[in-house]
Design a protein around this ligand. Structure first.
Ligand SMILES: Nc1nc2c(c(=O)[nH]1)N[C@H]1C(S)=C(S)[C@@H](COP(=O)(O)O)O[C@H]1N2
Ligand SMILES: [Mo]
Length: 200
């Protein structure tokens, strides 16, 4: 019996090349300066350097990626470190329910902690066997393949665990707070009161 479930989410078109999309200029990030922070609602805040990151178990994720601008790219293999391994070391507090992801240059994006803490999600360092190019977020980007790709922050610098959801860059500009491609959650409307209060 063949699997009849569709592979292309609604409203998407398959592309064979990998488009480059971001806001601002491509930052050049030296591996010796690279740091990933995990802070907020955690027992054990982390500051992980490049060398230390290599000591985590290396994992890989084979996935399709879906951009809200309607392209999808099938069969990507990303290599890197599982986000869940980092979270386990940081020990989220019971109050932690959401995450604001921080990235260079001045980029943020938000998602529920349960959507970040999934085995397929990586701090991705490679794509199809090659180091991630700077254009695609190298040396390290977040990969959250079950959500639209704007949640997969390139040049990721930190994970801030929060009690309440707080809209990131595109979310403040009208993109959806979750962004599930299978539900076509392209646009949404963040709570303006929470936005005024800031992340907490
Ligand atoms: N730091 C950063 N990450 C980012 C963005 C950005 O502007 N800055 N854009 C997002 C958006 S909107 C998309 S569609 C994907 C594109 O990733 P790609 O260029 O590797 O295809 O990166 C996401 N990550
Ligand atoms: Mo995007």
């Amino acid at each position: 019996m063949s699997d009849t479930s569709p592979r292309l989410p609604p409203g998407q078109v398959e592309t064979r090349k990998w488009p480059v999309l971001h806001y601002g200029a491509v930052p050049r990030i030296d591996r010796s300066q690279w740091i990933l922070r995990v802070w907020g609602e955690v027992e054990n805040p982390l500051e992980i350097g490049w060398r230390e990151l290599q000591h985590f178990p290396q994992a890989s994720t084979h996935c399709d990626i879906h951009c809200v601008t309607q392209w999808s790219r099938f069969d990507n293999t990303f290599g890197g470190v599982r986000v869940s391994d980092l979270l386990r070391r940081a020990v989220p507090l019971a109050a932690a329910k959401y995450v604001l992801v921080h990235a260079a240059p001045d980029y943020t994006t938000n998602l529920p902690l349960e959507d970040l803490d999934r085995p397929a999600n990586l701090i991705a360092l490679s794509w199809n066997g090659e180091p991630l190019t700077p254009e695609h977020g190298g040396p390290a980007r977040l990969l959250v393949p079950h959500l639209y790709l704007w949640k997969s922050a390139k040049w990721v610098t930190g994970l801030q665990l929060l009690q309440e959801d707080y809209p990131g860059f595109w979310e403040q500009n009208g993109y959806h707070m979750l962004g599930d491609p299978w539900k076509e959650q392209r646009y949404g409307r963040p709570d303006p009161v929470r936005m005024r209060r800031g992340p907490r």
